[in-house]
Design a protein around this ligand. Sequence first.
Ligand code: GLU
Length: 439
Amino acid sequence: MRKIERFMQQKNLHTGDVVRVVESENGTTVEYEGIVMPPYELSSGETLTLKLDNGYNIGILVDNIVEIEVLEKAKPGEKKEFKAVLPKNPELPNVAILGTGGTIASRIDYKTGAVHPAFTAEELALAVPEIFKLANITPKLIMNILSEDMRPEYWRKIANEVAKALNSGEDGVVIAHGTDTMAYTAAALSFMLGNLHKPVILVGAQRSSDRPSSDAAMNLTCSVRMATANFGEVAVVMHGETGDTYCLAHRGTKVRKMHTSRRDAFRSINDIPVAKIWADGRIEFLREDYRKRSEGEVFVDGEMEEKVALVKSFPGMQKEILEFFIDKGYKGIVLEGTGLGHVPTYLIDTIERATQEGITVCMTSQCLYGRVNLNVYSTGRRLLRAGVIPCEDMLPETAYVKLMWVLGKTQNQEEVRKMMLKNYAGEITPYTRFDTYLR
Ligand code: GLU
């Protein structure tokens, strides 16, 4: 049982009771009167949510409650109106939360076991009331899919919604997303959003909201905090370690899900994270080379060539795998080579056939950490002669998304090569820092 349920049981509190609560935080005492709202699965389980007379919902940490008195018991069978009015405080920044699906944006109906999107303003207010202390929140559910079903057309839709929000007065955007392919979406938005000058933060949850160890509430709170920061890029905000002390903001082109189930599954690869967001709301930037917040119209540069494949090289790989893409008219292939960027040597002729037919072939490494280098071994040198583009320290998934975006603009081979090797959104670092490996 979570803290809130235990507290309600001890105090014999029920949803719908009218109560007077005295909250004490850092020596400041505040008194509230309101209606007890149902404890919400997505929340940290440590907050009593009250609906105040003015219609606003507030969350009070159970640990901060020094006095509680029931003024009126809920009448059995009586239906209370639980419509939330989201507070608008002119002193606070404005943040839009766009729901796309995945664990973070859903709640489980215990009676039916069905999973529903939790993105009405009402539900969000009940779920994580802490965020209303940080910003004026405008929630919007734009799709409700598992992120394994994400596709370029949806990346474009998300990019359009982000641009619309930022160009109409929002100071930052949070995108609630399934974790499985969140890094691909982060990379896609990093390339698609032109003249970006405000925070665009992707957030998810590794543990579903019905589990006491859920990371959903803290991740959401930290992402809203990051969305109000002096930052103007795309980042993924997720737990930084297994406890509940801080989240990390990772650059959208350098991040990867590295664990199936741990709360700290997301890591920056070949780079350090942008910032630490502590549970108390403090932001500690870990680097200086990030774009700061400024004014200006964001635009969407969202054309993508979808006939691009991401192919992993492995011992015994058959030529016909690559021939398939050539024969099917693919325009680009990103190879996830072994080590410094190799494939079985008997495939090099087929790769040369691909480049001669105008197909762009890019090389990344399945090691993930480190840079590709095709100048060291004869296999690499032969691949270079076959026209392969070595993608430096770019993640394979980022190179895949980038190649789609580049081929969406030009199919001129020389142009494509230049663009693949140019750093647009932090996807290529000038040199690999020693302290970026497996931290
Ligand atoms: N596999 C689903 C997804 O990525 C659910 C898990 C999650 O949200 O992390 O959307």
